[in-house]
Design a protein around this ligand. Structure first.
Ligand code: ADP
Ligand code: F6P
Length: 324
C-alpha cells in the first residue's frame, strides 16, 4: 500500500532559470489542492542544511508566474556532495516532517535528489536549466526564454556588424553543451557556429570561410561561439590579424539567465510542477519529470543520469547549409 504523504518540500538548486517560479507556483498550488502542506526550502541544498525552511501557501506564490529568477533563491552547496551533508539533509527533512522533496535544477541537483532518496526521503526532480543539457528530456525550464533573449541580443549585434562590415564572435552560455549556440545559430542565421560537441579547433578553416564570404559579398560574418569553447576575445584578435577584417567579440553572459519567462516556459514549467506533485502522491521516489516525444513523462533518476544526449546532426547540418 502507498504510504500517504502529508508534507512536501520544494527547492531550486544550481543556476537559476526563467520559469522556475512558474514551477514552484504549480507545486505549491497543486499540493494545496491535494490538501498537502508545502515547505519552501531556501537556497537549494545549502538552505536545507541551514534549515531555511518556510511554510508556503497559495498567496506566497501570487504574482510570481511572470517573474524571472527564483523566489526561493538558489545556490551551489559543496557540503551536500559529502555523505555527512546528505545524511544531515535527510535528517533535517525528517525533523520538519518533510516526506517528499521536489528538486528543480540540473544534473548535479538530481544527484543530490538521488542521495536524499537513498536516505529515505522521497524525491522528484524537475529539469530547470537554460542549458538544455538533461539527457532524458527534450525540454528544460528556462531554455526557451534564454534562447529568445540571446536571439534578440544577437540581432542587435548583427545590425552594427553589418553596418561596419565586421566579423562578430558572439559567445553564448551553455556550460559544456552547445544547444543555445545551435538554436541561436539557426535563428540568427549565423555564418558559423562553434559547438563543444563538434568543434575541431581548426581556426584556419574559419579564417578561409570568412574571406570566402567577404569575396561573395557578405557584409558581416557572425560566429556563435559556445561558452564551452570560450576564448572569444583572443579568437577575435587572431581572426582579425589573419583576415584583415575588423573583428569584435561579445560575451552575452548572465543576461541570458534573466527576464520574464516565455509562454512556453511558463506553461511547461506549470505542467511539470503539477506532474511532480502527483508522482509524490502516488508514492513514487527517485524520479525525474521529462518531456519526450511530445509528452510529459518520468524516469528513474539513476536511468536518467546514465542517458546520453548528443547534438542532433540534422539541425547542425541545417544551420551550416542555410548560412550560404
Ligand atoms: P546543476 O543542478 O544545474 O547541474 P550543479 O552541478 O552546480 O548544478 O549542482 C547543484 C548542486 O547540486 C550542487 O551545488 C550540490 O549541492 C548538488 N550536487 C551536485 N552534485 C552532487 C552529487 N554528486 N551529490 C550530491 N549533491 C550534488
Ligand atoms: O547552468 C547554467 C549556467 O548559466 C551555464 O550556462 C553557465 O556555464 C553557468 O551556469 C554559469 O554559472 P555562474 O552563474 O555560477 O557563473
Amino acid at each position: 500500500m502507498v504510504k500517504e504523504i502529508k508534507t512536501i518540500g520544494v527547492l531550486t538548486s544550481g543556476g537559476d532559470a526563467p520559469g522556475m517560479n512558474a514551477a514552484i507556483r504549480a507545486v505549491v498550488r497543486e499540493a494545496i489542492g491535494k490538501e498537502l502542506n508545502v515547505k519552501g526550502i531556501k537556497r537549494g541544498y545549502a538552505g536545507l542544511l541551514a534549515e531555511e525552511i518556510t511554510d508556503m501557501g497559495s498567496r506566497e506564490v501570487s504574482d510570481t508566474i511572470q517573474r524571472g529568477g527564483t523566489i526561493l533563491q538558489t545556490a551551489r552547496c559543496m557540503d551536500f556532495t559529502t555523505e555527512e551533508g546528505q545524511r544531515r539533509g535527510a535528517e533535517v527533512c525528517k525533523k520538519h516532517g518533510i516526506e517528499g522533496v521536489i528538486v528543480i535544477g540540473g544534473d548535479g541537483s538530481f544527484r543530490g535528489a538521488q542521495k536524499l532518496a537513498e536516505y529515505g526521503v522521497n524525491t522528484v526532480g524537475i529539469p530547470g536549466t537554460i542549458d538544455l543539457d538533461i539527457s532524458c528530456s527534450e525540454y528544460t525550464i528556462g531554455f526557451d526564454t534564454a534562447v529568445n533573449t540571446a536571439m534578440q541580443a544577437i540581432d542587435k549585434v548583427r545590425d552594427t556588424s553589418t553596418s561596419h562590415e565586421r566579423c562578430s564572435i558572439i559567445e553564448v552560455m551553455g556550460r559544456g553543451a552547445g544547444y543555445i549556440a545551435l538554436w541561436t545559430g539557426i535563428a540568427n542565421g549565423a555564418e558559423d557556429i562553434l559547438l563543444p560537441e563538434r568543434y575541431d579547433y581548426d581556426e584556419q578553416k574559419l579564417v578561409n570561410h570568412i574571406i570566402e564570404n567577404r569575396k561573395r559579398g557578405k557584409k558581416h560574418h557572425i560566429i556563435i561561439n559556445a561558452e564551452g569553447i570560450g576564448h572569444s576575445v583572443s579568437m577575435a584578435k587572431r581572426i582579425e590579424a589573419a583576415t584583415g577584417i575588423e573583428t569584435r567579440a561579445t560575451i552575452l553572459g548572465h543576461m541570458q539567465r534573466g527576464g520574464s519567462p516565455t509562454c512556453k516556459d511558463r506553461v511547461y514549467a506549470s505542467i511539470m510542477g503539477s506532474y511532480a506533485v502527483n508522482l509524490l502522491c502516488q508514492g513514487k521516489t527517485n524520479r525525474v519529470v521529462a518531456y519526450k516525444n511530445g509528452d510529459f513523462v518520468d524516469f528513474d533518476i539513476d536511468e536518467a543520469l546514465a542517458m546520453d544526449k548528443g547534438i542532433p546532426e540534422y539541425q547542425f547540418e541545417v544551420c551550416k547549409n542555410l548560412s550560404n
